[in-house]
Design a protein around this ligand. Structure first.
Ligand code: SF4
Ligand code: SF4
Length: 270
């Protein structure tokens, strides 16, 4: 059985220097913030690329990944698996911190497979966005901007996922809604705390005890007691399912769900 998947995002930190009320990954609300060390990243990536034969898009994200002191080494490690990443290595940043020379050089060295994704919240929040964009342009590094201020918002704006009450009572209803969710249909996975999860909403709801942690809805990459073949099988089952438990508590990242203004800042640190 081959394990070919579309997308995975590796969360390398739950620290962020912004404090967005409707953060899709609930970053401001984590009490147990953590940045992945290079040693942890090596273990997670080694196990991930044993379980996954190939992935189209592999994203390094956070929180704000540039706050992780090992970010350069982690990116370097990710590029060691370039043969298994058929599309691009994506790097998401919020435009508040300039990208270091060593990281820019790394991106230049892997130009063909690199995509920097700049979340632009406007210059009041994304204070370094123009400098970063100019530098990427000058070096001919592939990037795109997700515009999250003013008009013409990327994805038409953000969605409020903070209501975790049960939304869909039957599997059919849950499947039906999840099949409108960009995240589900796009087959995104996330790696958080050494485990593959369906999405960051799902990980958060498990983390907070809102939903149970159910076998077959995550892959414990670092658990040496689980045979590799079992992990591969679990992953493909997750991949094929129309929805998971978390989708039952979720409005979904759907076109017909009302949008909220992106990047509203919480007044106080949670
Ligand atoms: S910038 Fe905002 S949306 Fe992005 S990770 Fe930080 S808190 Fe979340
Ligand atoms: S419906 Fe919600 S929980 Fe399910 S995949 Fe979409 S965002 Fe994740």
């Amino acid at each position: 059985m081959e394990t070919r998947i579309k997308r995975t995002a590796l969360n390398i930190t739950t620290y962020c220097n912004l404090n967005c009320k409707h953060c899709l990954a609930f970053i401001p609300y984590y009490n147990d913030k953590h940045s992945m060390s290079i040693e942890e990243a090596r273990g997670v990536l080694k196990n991930y690329f044993q379980v996954v034969d190939s992935v189209e898009h592999f994203t390094v994200t956070g929180g704000e990944p540039l706050l992780n002191k090992d970010v350069y080494q982690i990116l370097n490690e990710v590029f060691l698996y370039e043969q298994q990443i058929t599309g691009s290595v994506d790097f998401v940043t919020n435009g508040t911190i300039e990208i270091s020379e060593e990281i820019l050089r790394l991106f230049e060295a892997h130009r063909k497979n690199t995509k920097v994704v700049l979340s632009n919240y406007g210059v009041e929040l994304s204070t370094k966005i123009n400098v970063i964009e100019e530098e990427l342009k000058r070096r001919n590094i592939n990037y795109r901007v997700s515009k999250f201020y003013g008009n013409d918002l990327y994805y038409d704006g953000w969605i409020d996922f903070s209501d975790h009450s049960k939304k869909w009572n039957t599997i059919e209803e849950r499947d039906k809604n999840a099949q409108k969710c960009v995240h589900r249909v796009g087959k995104y996975f996330v790696i958080n705390a050494g485990e593959i999860h369906c999405c960051s909403r799902s990980f958060w709801r498990i983390h907070e005890g809102i939903i149970p942690k159910i076998e077959g809805e995550y892959v414990a990459l670092m658990d040496e007691e689980i045979p590799l073949e079992q992990k591969r099988k679990d992953l493909m089952e997750m991949y094929e399912k129309k929805s998971s438990t978390s989708c039952g508590y979720c409005v979904g990242l759907c076109n017909d769900v009302p949008r909220v203004k992106p990047a509203q800042q919480l007044k106080f640190k949670c």
